[in-house]
Write a protein that binds this ligand. Structure first.
Ligand code: MG
Ligand code: MG
Ligand code: MG
Length: 306
């Protein structure tokens, strides 16, 4: 029986690429492992898999009675509903420790770095398994995506060092150009339904008993979103209502200007000033230098809600 490797809901490139890279490593180590996702992959991820000729993992949402490896999250809210009926064999993650528990000891690789694929590279080195060219390519792209081409506050020296090693294996010469090509794919939003954009990189959090949703769109130029900004703002109000949420925030991140316009739908908008020290103008506020949900938005909001 195969073991499954997968990451969080609304899979991003790191979640998908880390699951594929972990499955390859585990198979090499004699553990039959299959990478799956908990939903459709994004255009950015499909660009990455296409570039290196790898297949899109199947979608699987139920794991009762199965053995699993988790990547890129250890939060129950971002995992399948029946995870408690599965056996978690291991976790590879770079987020704050979540609330998954196990009945048996597990293989845990949780590092404070910019990307799960950076930890995967360390695992290949630890087990002395060579990273094949196409796996090196997707791991590299996941690092470029999660660290916003090394610009995010989450980026560490390890991410940069391993990205350079992976680039050598993948025969990628220009990481800046590759990263920009990827973010241009990510910025192409024409024809995409508004709700799909809101949920593309969206996570729900429990903040002191309040359900708080935070989505993020990363674009090469915020003006690309001008035409749909009002629709996005209305949609997060609708999303807040249906899910009985206290707040929904949508980060519109400009990766060139290195900042985020935060769209706000909240029962208590003053929470934003409390969290970030700047007062919103209407339903939005510009947060200069803010690019990382994990490091610059979630902790501030958690403190404000405490
Ligand atoms: Mg992720
Ligand atoms: Mg990640
Ligand atoms: Mg991300």
């Amino acid at each position: 029986m195969t073991v499954y490797a997968f990451g969080h809901k609304n899979p991003d490139s790191d979640t998908v690429c880390a699951a594929i890279s972990l499955a390859y490593l585990k198979n090499k180590l004699g553990v039959e492992t299959t990478a799956v996702t908990q939903g459709a992959i994004s255009p950015e991820t499909s660009f990455i898999l296409d570039r290196y000729g790898l297949a899109i993992p199947e979608v699987k949402n139920s794991f009762a009675g199965e053995s699993v490896f988790l990547v890129d999250t250890s939060d129950i809210s971002q995992l399948p509903d029946d995870l408690s009926d599965a056996e978690v064999l291991g976790i590879v993650d770079h987020h704050k420790l979540g609330d998954v528990t196990t009945s048996n000891p597990l293989e845990c690789w949780i590092w404070p770095v910019g990307c799960s694929c950076t930890i995967l590279k360390a695992m290949y080195d630890f087990y002395n398994i060579e990273v094949p060219k196409e796996i090196a390519g997707i791991m590299l792209c996941a690092i470029l995506s999660d660290t916003v081409i090394f610009k995010s506050a989450t980026c560490t020296d390890k991410d940069k060092e391993f990205a350079v090693e992976l680039a050598r294996i993948a025969e990628e010469k220009d990481l800046q150009a590759l990263g920009m090509e990827m973010f241009k794919v990510k910025s192409a939003i024409q024809g995409t339904p508004i709700r799909e954009l809101v949920e593309r990189d969206y996570k729900d959090f429990d903040m002191n008993g309040n359900k708080v949703g935070i989505g993020q769109l990363e674009v090469v130029d915020l003006s690309l979103l001008d035409e749909i900004k009002d629709a996005l703002a209305s949609d997060i109000i609708a999303l807040k209502k249906v899910g009985d949420r206290h707040s929904v925030f949508l980060m519109l991140t400009d990766i060139m200007k290195e900042g985020t316009e935060l769209l706000i739908a909240s029962d208590d908008p003053s929470i934003v000033e409390k969290a970030f020290g700047c007062a919103p103008a209407g339903n939005k506020v510009w947060l200069d230098g803010v690019m990382s949900r994990k490091k610059q938005v979630v902790p501030n909001l958690e403190k404000a809600f405490a």
